[in-house]
Every structure is written in C-alpha cells, then in structure tokens.
Design a protein. Structure first.
Length: 400
C-alpha cells in the first residue's frame, strides 16, 4: 500500500475538524498526511466567557460520533444543555393544544432528545483532540488558488506556500472557496427570510425544552441554555429582523415575548444579537476526481429543525469511513469511483432533508385558509401516527 497520501481539509469549523479527528481514528490513519487550512484565526473558548451567540442543536447520534473521537468529554466538562422535550405549535394554537407536536425523551426510551452546544466549544473540544497529533493545523491561512496539476491539486496559500494534495475536502461553508474554485455549481432556493438570533432570560423556566412556534413570517425557536436562558432563532422577514436589530432591549423583549405568545412568560434580552439571510443551497455534485465537499459546502438548509450541523457531521463520518475502506482495498482515496461511494451514501439523505425543511417552512408561512386547515389536521394525524411519528423522531435523533 502506498503511504503518505496528502489529504487537505479546507475549513476549520465543526465539520472539517470532525473529519480530521475521524480520519485520525481510522485503521489506516498512518497512510494519510492530513493538513487542515482555515482563513480565520484559531477559535478560542473559555468557560469564563459568556455563552456564544452561535449554538447548534446536536442530536444524540452526533454526540455519539463526537464521543467516538474523544471530543464529547470536553464538551460535557464545560457546559452543555440537554433538552428532554420539544414543543411545536402553530400561531393559531397553544403548546398544550391537541394539534401541537409534543415530544418527550422518555417516550422514545432515550435520556434526552439532543443537546444545545456553542459552536466554538465544539471546535475547542475537537482541537484538543487534534493538538499534539500528526494533523497539521493552519489557521489564519487563506488560500490564493487551487488548481489541478497532473494527478494532484496544487494549493497555493496567500503566504506563498504551496501544497500538493491527493484529495482536497471542501468543508468551508456555504460560500465554499473550494467548490467555486473547481467549478461545481449549486442550486439555490432563497427564502426571503432573515434569521435573527439573541439570548433571552425567560420569566418561567425553560424546563429543558426546545420550543418552536410557527408564525406567518417564519418559525420562532427558543433553545434551552445551561444557565437558564434561551437562545432565540427567529426566521422573520428582512424588515422585521432589521427592526429587531435596531430595537432597544426593552422593545426587543416585548417584540419577542409577543412573538412567542408568552409561552415562557416575559422575555428579557441579555445577550448579543445578530442576523443572517436564509436560503437553501445544494451542490450539483459532491465529488470530482481528488475533490469532495462536506457540510454546508455541499448543502445548506433551513435552521428550523436544527439539522444542519448534524448533516455535516454525518457527511464527515461517512467520508472518513469511505476513505478508510478504500485504503484497506489498496485504492487511491481521491479517485472518483471511491468518492462516489460517499456521494451516493449522503446526497439522497441530504436532498430529502433539504426539501422537507423547505416544504415545511413554506407550509407554515402560507396565508391560505384551506392550507392552514389541512396543516392543522395533518399535525393532529401525525400525533396519532405511531410508527411514522417514532421513525421521524429517530431520524432527527440520528439513531436507528
């Protein structure tokens, strides 16, 4: 077997770092020289810092993946908020109505439905595993160019260094430099919504519950934090998001309390705020010879169900397994037939989730009375569906 295949991972977010850690844990890790590049500075986490604005809902299956590479223990030692329940309801109903969707961990024989974790903490936990390993970590390292030279890609960095790669993995987000550099096109579905995010102190305890109310402009999610606050993600119109950004704390608290229908009582702003435009995006191809895309570089979806990070983690796990299997068989890890195994395993599942989230968002934001009535009937039916309901939750949990 040839030794020393050069694997370059572009992107030091959670997905790219997970791939590096997963590759390091494979049987044939010694057959790969792994380099990770990121244009941004190395992320830093301190338990003394306030909870960061960017958090992710990590499914149980994703937590198990992170545990398998040794990172989850660092998360648990720091701060993490497990949620045991989910409450989902339409703006014309209440969380206690018969048409609201209520999920309990105990119903599915699991200790929790998932975890709310800061992205920077996940990065820090993964970096703790990679520090001291053979993985070469390069932050504050933008790429100048990427082009195929013979059988390998030449990666030219802004500091004039040049790397030759047998495989380049784009884990560099929705605006992926790698994807654009190699000419992979995307299909895009703009939502006409902007996600407004902040942290709030609720009047009533969040009860380790993830709350989501569907409004005409888009869903309002309230995710439980370990310190008793909630992290709010409101998919609203650009105008509403702009007003929320400009409002003083008192006015913003009233705005979000009204939007949540006071499910947790009065909400008090106590954290930073931000906003970003929403849309779905899907790469026409996940792979080319010597190229693979994972995470948001391959697919970006609506955040209403918190599945984006979990899909990226699953991409990383599958790609690592595919590369390890290829090396076991004496194959080149950058060959397209090898990489197609990854694409076939992940593209269908990601496509299904992308269109489901897009359809769900449109279903709840329509102003059609008939659709609203059908939607209410559908939610009531789903609550009584038994096996369908159980299967849907297990997909969300990332377990079989």
């Amino acid at each position: 077997m040839r030794r020393g295949f050069e694997i370059v991972i572009v992107g030091g977010g959670v997905t790219g770092l997970t791939l590096a850690a997963k590759l390091l844990a494979t049987t044939h890790a010694d057959a790969m020289n792994i380099t990770l590049l990121d244009a941004a500075p190395r992320p830093g986490f301190s338990i003394d810092d306030d909870v960061a604005l960017r958090v992710s809902a990590i499914a149980t299956g994703s937590a198990e993946l992170l545990d398998s590479v040794g990172a989850w223990r660092h998360v648990v030692k720091s701060r993490v908020s497990a949620y045991e329940r989910m409450r989902v309801w339409d703006e014309h109903d209440t969380p206690a109505s018969s048409t609201a969707l209520n999920f309990e961990a105990a119903e599915f024989a699991v200790p929790q439905l998932g975890f709310i974790v800061e992205n920077v903490l996940l990065q820090d936990a993964l970096l703790r595993q990679l520090d001291g390993s053979d993985v070469r970590l390069n932050f504050s390292t933008p790429i100048r160019s990427l082009r195929l030279v013979g059988e390998r890609y030449r990666v030219e960095l802004e500091d004039d260094r040049k790397l030759l790669a047998d495989l380049v993995v784009g884990a560099d987000g929705a605006r992926s430099f790698v994807r654009n550099a190699v000419g992979i096109e995307t299909r895009n579905w703009p939502y006409g919504q902007t996600a407004f995010v902040t942290h709030l102190r609720p009047e009533r305890a969040h009860e380790s519950t993830a709350w989501q109310r569907f409004l005409a402009e888009g869903p309002l999610g309230m995710l439980p934090l370990a310190d008793g606050r909630v992290s709010v993600v409101w998919s609203a119109s650009p105008g509403t998001a702009e007003r929320a950004l400009k409002a003083d704390d008192e006015a913003l608290g009233r705005m979000l309390s009204d939007a949540s229908d006071y499910a947790l009582g009065e909400l008090t702003v106590c954290g930073p705020r931000g906003a970003f435009p929403l849309g779905a995006q899907h790469a026409r191809h996940y792979v080319l010879p010597r190229i693979a895309l994972i995470g948001d570089a391959a697919h970006a979806i609506h955040p209403l169900a918190g599945q984006g990070a979990n899909l990226g983690l699953q991409d990383a796990a599958v790609l690592a397994d595919v590369l390890d299997s290829a090396l076991e068989q004496g194959l080149h890890p950058g060959d397209r037939p090898v990489l197609r195994r990854y694409e076939r395993a992940r593209k269908g599942a990601n496509t299904t989730m992308l269109h489901f989230m897009t359809g769900l968002n449109r279903l709840f934001t329509t102003d059609s009375r008939l659709v609203a009535e059908l939607r209410t009937a559908g939610m009531r039916l789903f609550n009584r569906s038994g096996p369908i309901r159980e299967r849907a939750v297990k997909v969300a949990l990332g377990v079989r």
